[in-house]
Design a protein around this ligand. Structure first.
Ligand code: C2O
Ligand code: CU
Length: 508
């Protein structure tokens, strides 16, 4: 029988103080929460970047099995060469001397659409620079009104490091009212382009770029044209024009079309109504290029492909397609050939053309690196997200690839990130040795910008013959701005420039 306790009777002793287990439970829950949150808080805090830093202090030195100072990042004054010393010191007047004035400007596309972007000498694309191999080029860059500052990077040209144009690495961004003079010898013939490397993603998208062609020394000038492909918003343009552009060419002749992809994603080009040869990739001639028809060519973001088009002898013309509604119509005397769909087959440079000597032996590599691009949740500069990783680490904890002048360098570039990445190493050309373990059998395939599809692995090699501190990044400039950036650094080279700071350097 249940009766209520008499007043004054102490409560029966059931269990020890029931408050205590509840407290313990709460404390345990709190500890568990701290155990989960503290590492996250640490990851967040650890990812926040100082307002100014040197790229030499970024990440972890990776010596690739070669000699070097494992405690890089602590610059040793007096013991290193500054990037500023790595420049062309000749004083003779340059064969090609131009001034490019950068402006923030609203301009109109031929369709009438307005672009609130950037120009060089009042136009976008900027003026095409034409040089003969061996000539010295001097470009005076004047920033009239680009608020964030500007630089010019000579994409694919292996220039001396001081003229590489990377804000915060090889120079300070040129502020409004300021100027900077670049000077280099155009030692290799080929198709290149230039663009700003300060706040590069919006500035390049907004029009701060132009074409750069180096004609071979001593060779007779062949009929040629440039096709600089760029999206202004959703408008696809070729050399700043929308729609079809007619290019005059003698029936039965050959026309070299230098296709440049200035966008953030890969594009395809193909020719309707004529056969062609892929005669150069990223500025380097293909050896023994066979005639192609019914195949498309992939042009990597930032990359170039030169097509030598057989202009039909009957005047029917060839349509060089760029994968959108802007095309070049070459040598048509009447109605242009109709548009055709992209061919199902894409040319594979791994087996295209015929072998020729590389000029070095990749089997004698003195440095071996891995550059594996992945994607993982975490923090970059305090921002939560699913971010790109390099060798499992997020920016800025990426590798600093260290080489010495004269090294033969091999890099295994792998991509497990779910998206394509156009990987671009400044200052050097690398040759593709293999893809997914399958050895290259065609012409030496030299690249400065390599389309690495999701799931793909490339083995590339190069000679470290251009001392400096060089970006090695994704040329989807949006990805670069999201931290898909590493550097190649030569021992004994240092930079006085810093990202951030008073100059506001922000290379991506
Ligand atoms: Cu087109 Cu870092 O360059
Ligand atoms: Cu990318």
């Amino acid at each position: 029988m249940l009766t209520s306790a008499e007043p004054g009777t102490p409560p029966p002793l059931t269990s020890p103080d029931p408050v205590r287990p509840r407290r313990v439970r709460r404390l345990l829950a709190l500890l568990a929460t701290v155990a989960v949150l503290a590492p996250i808080a640490w990851l967040w805090w650890d990812s926040t970047m100082p307002s100014t830093y040197s790229v030499m202090d970024m990440g972890t030195p990776d010596l690739g099995g070669g000699p070097g100072d494992p405690h890089m990042g602590h610059s040793m004054p007096g013991m290193t060469r500054s990037v500023d010393e790595l420049r062309d010191t000749s004083t003779a007047p340059a064969a090609v001397a131009v001034t490019l004035v950068a402006r923030k400007q609203v301009f109109r596309l031929p369709t009438g659409e307005q672009v609130d972007g950037f120009t060089l000498n009042g136009e976008s694309p900027g003026p095409e620079l034409r040089v003969v191999q061996g000539q010295t080029v001097q470009v005076r860059l004047v920033n009239e009104s680009v608020p964030d500052g500007v630089t010019l990077h000579w994409h694919g040209m292996d220039v001396p490091n001081a003229d590489d144009g990377v804000a915060g690495v090889t120079q300070d961004a040129v502020r409004p009212g300021g100027e900077f003079t670049y000077r280099f010898v155009a030692k290799d013939a080929g198709t290149y382009w230039y663009h700003s490397h300060q706040v590069a993603n919006p500035q390049v998208q907004g029009g701060l770029f132009g074409g750069l062609v180096v004609a071979p020394r001593g060779a007779p000038a062949e009929p040629e044209t440039t096709a600089l492909v760029h999206h202004y918003g959703s408008n696809r343009t070729v050399d700043g024009r929308t729609g079809d552009t007619a290019v005059a060419a003698a029936p039965g002749s050959r026309m070299r079309v230098r296709v440049v992809n200035t966008d953030n994603g890969p594009m395809s080009t193909w020719v309707t109504g004529a056969a062609f040869r892929l005669v150069a990739i990223d500025g380097t001639d293909v050896h023994g290029p066979a005639t192609v028809s019914g195949q498309a060519v992939t042009v990597t973001a930032g990359g170039r492909a030169d097509l030598d088009v057989d202009v039909p002898a009957d005047g029917s013309g060839a349509r060089v397609e760029m994968g959108g509604d802007a095309a070049l119509i070459v040598g048509a005397t009447g109605a242009p050939p109709p548009h055709s769909a992209k061919p199902a087959v894409t040319l594979d440079p791994l087996s295209y053309g015929t072998p020729s000597p590389l000029g070095f032996d990749p089997a004698r590599a003195t440095r071996n690196f891995d550059y594996t691009v992945g994607r993982w949740p975490g923090f970059v500069d305090g921002q939560p997200g699913v971010w790109w990783t390099v060798n499992g680490k997020m920016w800025p904890d990426v590798p600093m690839f260290v080489v010495s002048e004269g090294d033969v360098v091999r890099v295994r570039i792998a991509n497990t990130s779910g998206e394509v990445h156009p990987m671009h190493l400044h200052g050097h050309h690398a040759v593709v040795l293999a893809r997914d373990g399958v050895a290259a059998t065609g012409s030496p395939w030299w690249v400065d910008t390599l389309d690495v599809a999701d799931g793909a692995t490339y083995d590339v090699a190069f000679v470290a013959d251009n001392p400096g501190i060089w970006m090695d990044h994704c040329h989807n400039l949006k990805h670069a701005a999201e931290g898909l950036v590493a550097h190649l650094m030569y021992t004994g080279v240092s930079t006085p420039y810093r990202v951030g700071g008073d100059a506001g350097n922000d290379p991506e």
